[in-house]
Write a new protein. Sequence first.
Length: 376
Amino acid sequence: MNIGFDAKRAFQNRTGLGNYSRTLVKSLAAYYPQHQYFLFAPKSKPLFRPEAGMRTILPQKPHHRWLKPVWRSRWVVNDLRHHHIDVYHGLSAELPFGIHNSGVKSVVTMHDLIFERYPKQYNPIDVYTYRRKAVYACRQASRVIAISEQTKADLMEFYRVPEERISVCYQGCDPSFQLQHTTEGIRHMKTKYALPQDYFLYVGSVIERKNLMGIAQAMRSLKGKLDVPLVVLGDGTGYKKEVKEYLRKEGLEQRVIWLNETHKFAFADLPALYQGALALLYPSMFEGFGIPILEALWSRTPVVTSNGSCFAETGGNAVFYVDPFQPAAIAHAMEQVAADEVLRADMQQKGILHAQHFTLDKCAAAVMNVYETITA
């Protein structure tokens, strides 16, 4: 098969959608080298270096280069036909308009419909744009991939996508998280970033839904009892200012380390950052999958996360579940995990076992099965 991908995020996005795109494309090429892989992208950047055998297709005509967003959202359809693409995969909840008339089979990955559940946390124009693209993709795709049962349920609820048109294909994470660093290696990482011996870890955008304020309020209730600092790897704007102001008022400024502000953090150090933490704190209100949970499980790092949403799918029986709307519950979990070494060891053991459900070969096989089904 000639398999094409919307590779914009793979080349340009350092976080969630970019990581999903890079990991999946690399895994497919590694486990199914008999197929040809085409990366359609507005521009190529060194963030992603395609493997041998992959072809990167960039806009060629002058007006395509001048209007790259239009090329990606519409004109790329002609390039798909030119390169005899059998299956085109929209990796980030959208497909080019007009693909339903092209004769090219298509698949779209839907990560979540959080903008439908929490529209007030988004710019109204963004909600309209996301909805327009998502509805078209879900209606016209030969098959819709949901990254969790939660996202599948949301697609059926909000967009009335028939259940038989949805395949749940879990995602994997970068294999670097499976490698265990030595005690000396973790100590070197902590020295490099001026980190303390013990810390809790928060990984993700600093936005309302991710609930960093809930952690800050839990830390306030633990003041004087458990003063383990929090390392934050992620950034934000207005909500981040709110959290910082709360920390200032409560005298907790020195207990939070904003890693993006103090250092230029290297992705290569992320596995060691997880492995050096007492636990990952991830009390998000809602997610499509929650990739930091999986990264932590592979890293053998205990996880405190929310009940509900998709979290039981990603965390299984390996994590400490809390009510994300109750700071006292978050605080209790922090105390328990920090104080009980046996509990942490049990969570680490269960975590690495649960992570086996999300190996790269299993994730690639599930997606390849979708391609084969729609082209049979």
